[in-house]
Design a binder for this molecule. Structure first.
Ligand code: GDP
Length: 529
């Protein structure tokens, strides 16, 4: 029993979020290096290699030349068992990216020091805020000319609406990057880029009062540092672990992932500040991760791993107890007992069949087509359901028609199955049937995936006509009279497959306008499953 507790206590499950190119892959790689999970032996492998290795396990991706999945990496470091949830970025950004955050207990936000807060960080960040999970900020690329440090923090606070608390403070940047000052230990760690790709290497520490420090960094930087520390100690939020835990205060670190500077310090602080797996809300109250019953929820479904079978893999986050291979569990939504076969996990960059896993871990199991996003599995006697995963607002819409109307059945089956996996959302005209549907996606690549899959897996050719809408809102009022609703000229009324009314808008300001014109109307950016 003591072992069981220890196993769960040492788990840390977090997602890394960033705008493309901010350095997420590089940082992850360095984390793995510290964990001994990969050995780069002094040479930095390009991201192409890392990406390749991570996504290689899916034949389907290679075939299509795109990455449609987000991966989970597990490794051990400093007595912790770490699960990193990678959130797909770039053009393969999709609703999965958001959903991955639902399975994490905390998030690391990587920001490019010369760019500040960028569009995609903002989007992902919103989901973290909604969940009130702790957010740790790593300001990367300090070896390049970075924006003023105070400005960067200001921007995070303003743009993302979260207070910041720098744990360390950079001295210069770019060619003049001298190192970072640790506000706790009052020591300066000097920057050296000889650490590239290795975990060994010398780190030179100087006490802030050591006169030798001034010689090392020069009087000008010394004066600036003193001035900034004084300002900082007077102005910035005090470190408050409670606020961090609630996601209201983000500890900020500076470093350079590429040159491996500040990465280990960050990892250590981060691990000590984050929690072991958190309890999760269900319709019967909070489920304790240390409870003896196994429980998990599905947050992602990956289709057709093997083209010859309509296999799917359901990824689930274990929320309590221990998983053992071959175990029989209740699938609450399906109302059946099932055996979870061939559970798998990504250990570092290899895919493995696993024998056991604990609360905090992510496992993938074969899904014969019975799971939906948000489903609960448990061995508990009394049934309960985990709180559902919200539907995230799609930002791209298209009208989809089948070319051959004789294939209506396949068309409906195909889009319904793909929607069930959560890759797309389907809507209908406010008054209309299934002969023509409106598809909403979070990332525009999903349109191509839809077209490809309908043709290849369901033998249905479709025509896609992109629509100009960019904003969708769920109507929260149950009693709203849709016919009386007055909106803007760019507004469109639609409904989802359950008949819930929704609104589409071309412009962001139309949302506010419509709210103004309809007293008592409540609109939401997140739908409920
Ligand atoms: P991702 O898209 O967020 O995963 O970003 P990557 O980790 O792939 O990094 C994008 C580019 O930035 C790559 O060319 C990296 O080598 C480079 N990069 C990452 N971290 C740093 C850093 O600390 N300093 C510098 N100069 N370049 C970096």
């Amino acid at each position: 029993m003591a072992d069981f507790r220890k196993e769960i206590e040492k788990r840390r499950t977090f997602a890394i979020i960033s705008h493309p190119d901010a350095g997420k892959t590089t940082l992850t790689e360095k984390f793995l290096l510290y964990g001994g999970a990969i050995n780069l032996a002094g040479s930095v492998k390009g991201k192409a290699t890392a990406r390749h290795a991570v996504s290689d396990w899916m034949e389907i991706e290679k075939e299509r030349g795109i990455s449609v999945t987000s991966s989970v990496l597990q490794f051990n470091y400093g007595g912790y068992c770490i699960n990193i949830l990678d959130t797909p970025g770039h053009q393969d950004f999709s609703e999965d990216t958001y959903r991955t955050l639902m399975a994490a207990d905390s998030a690391v936000m990587v920001i490019d020091g010369s760019k500040g807060v960028e569009a995609q960080t903002r989007k992902l960040f919103k989901v973290c805020v909604m969940r009130h999970i702790p957010i740790f900020t790593f300001i990367n690329k300090m070896d390049r000319d970075a924006n003023d440090t105070f400005d960067l923090l200001d921007e995070i606070e303003k743009e993302l609406g979260i207070a910041t608390c720098p744990v360390n403070w950079p001295i210069g940047s770019g060619k003049n990057f001298k190192g970072v000052y640790d506000r706790n230990t009052k020591k300066v760690m000097l920057f050296s880029d000889t650490l590239k790709g290795t975990k060994e290497g010398e780190e030179k520490d100087f006490d802030i009062n050591d006169p030798a420090l001034t010689t090392e960094i020069g009087q000008e930087y010394r004066d600036k540092l003193d001035e900034e520390i004084e300002l900082l100690d007077g102005a910035s939020a005090e470190f408050d672990m409670d606020l961090v835990s609630r996601g209201e205060l983000s500890p900020v670190f500076f470093g350079s992932a590429l040159t491996n500077f500040g990465v280990e310090t960050f990892l250590k602080h981060f691990l000590s500040m984050t929690t072991s797996p958190l309890p999760r809300n269900s319709d019967k109250g909070l489920i304790d991760p240390f409870g003896s019953d196994f429980s998990a929820f599905v947050f992602k479904i990956q289709a057709n791993m093997n083209k010859n079978h309509r296999d799917r893999i359901a990824f689930m986050r274990i929320c309590s107890g221990k998983f053992e291979a071959g175990m029989e569990v209740k699938h609450i939504q399906g109302g059946k007992a099932i055996r979870l076969s061939q559970p798998q996990q990504l250990m570092a960059q290899e895919r493995k069949i696993i024998e056991e896993a604990y609360a905090g871990d992510i496992i993938g199991v074969f899904d014969p087509g019975i799971f939906s996003i948000g489903d609960t599995l448990t061995t508990a006697k009394d049934n309960f359901e985990f709180e559902g995963i919200p539907t995230f607002a799609p930002e791209h819409f298209a009208r989809v028609r089948q070319v051959d109307t004789m294939k209506r059945k396949q068309f409906v089956k195909g889009v319904m199955q793909i929607a069930q996996e959560g890759a797309i959302q389907i809507f209908q005209e406010y008054q209309g049937g299934m002969e023509e549907i409106i598809v909403g996606v979070v990332g525009v690549l999903q349109f191509d995936v839809l077209k490809y899959r309908l043709e290849n897996e369901y033998n249905v050719e479709i025509r896609l006509e992109k629509l100009p809408y960019e904003h969708i809102r769920w109507i929260e009022n149950k009693d709203i009279d849709m016919d009386k609703l007055t909106g803007t000229s760019d507004m469109k009324k639609i409904r989802d497959l359950k008949g819930n009314p929704l609104l589409l808008f071309v412009n962001a300001w139309s949302v506010g306008m419509t709210l103004d014109r309809n007293d008592g109307l409540v609109l939401s950016e997140f739908g409920k499953n």
